[in-house]
Design a protein around this ligand. Structure first.
Ligand code: DER
Length: 251
């Protein structure tokens, strides 16, 4: 699987990073490490002109340790997007909706992904599924305000989550995992979501399964939820043509 991740990462960089790019988003997780390793091989006269925006402490350290220049969203010219962002995913459905947040970095990852002209998700074959929550059974990661966590748990159960729980640090840290934003993560398992491409003509409710888009809207509306790991409709806005291309996913 490491070979697949490495190959997918180098292909993604070859296909989508351009020498004229100036703002590049770097996600979190293990696959994106290979993306940065590829970029770090480029001639410094090119990469020294680029700024790399991180999506958390791991991403920031990865950029710094690779000798690439760190940039912040606040430094970007007004009304401009990052040229391209690279990130991983925990699961990818046929409509290219994603579950992210296995690494608890989903909040800044989504901000950077949405701020990017093109969002490249590098996910090897193990991540593809027929519907979100099919292969990724740990639950949809939800970043929450710690003081609201118990009320969010109750609301998640009302929405059909099966045994949602606050992510614990286990042997790494007593008590809950604390994110780079000083928040907690709740992992909320749901029955497999129904991708649009698999929707029967019957109304969605007849199957009882949530669509990723609808569930994402319901989750983000819960007071105390800061962000969710459902990345839906993450299309690449090709502003020149006004068309929208699906996010490029390397499987
Ligand atoms: O936490 C995240 O969203 C990461 O991007 C994660 O989903 C990808 O992790 P991996 O590249 O180590 O599989």
């Amino acid at each position: 699987a490491e070979m697949a991740k490495k190959a997918a990462a180098s292909q993604a960089v070859a296909d989508h990073l351009r020498p004229e790019h100036r703002w590049v988003g770097i996600g979190s997780g293990s696959t994106v490490v290979y993306v940065v390793q590829e970029i770090a091989k480029w001639d410094k006269t090119i990469t020294d002109k680029m700024s790399f925006v991180s999506t958390g402490d791991q991403s920031r350290l990865l950029i710094e340790e690779s000798g690439l220049r760190l940039g912040a969203l606040s430094q970007m010219p007004k009304n401009t997007n990052l040229d391209v962002s690279f990130d991983g995913a925990d699961e990818v459905d046929p409509d290219l909706n994603l579950i992210k947040g296995g690494g608890a970095c989903l909040l800044q990852e989504k901000v950077v992904a949405v701020a990017s002209q093109k969002f490249i998700c590098v996910a090897d074959y193990r991540k593809t599924s027929e519907g979100l929550c099919t292969k990724w059974t740990q639950g949809i990661p939800v970043e929450v305000l710690p003081c609201a966590a118990t009320r969010v748990l109750d609301e998640l159960k009302r929405l059909g989550s099966i045994d949602p729980s606050i992510r614990q640090g286990g042997s790494q840290k007593a008590g809950p995992v604390v994110t780079d934003n000083s928040m907690w993560i709740i992992d909320a398992p749901f029955a497999p979501l129904q991708p649009h491409s698999k929707r029967s003509s019957a109304s969605p409710s007849s199957t009882g399964a949530w669509s990723a888009e609808t569930l994402a809207e319901r989750l983000i509306a819960i007071p105390g939820v800061m962000e969710t790991g459902l990345f839906t409709g993450m299309v690449t806005k090709d502003s020149t043509k006004g068309s929208q291309k699906p996010v490029a996913v390397y499987l």
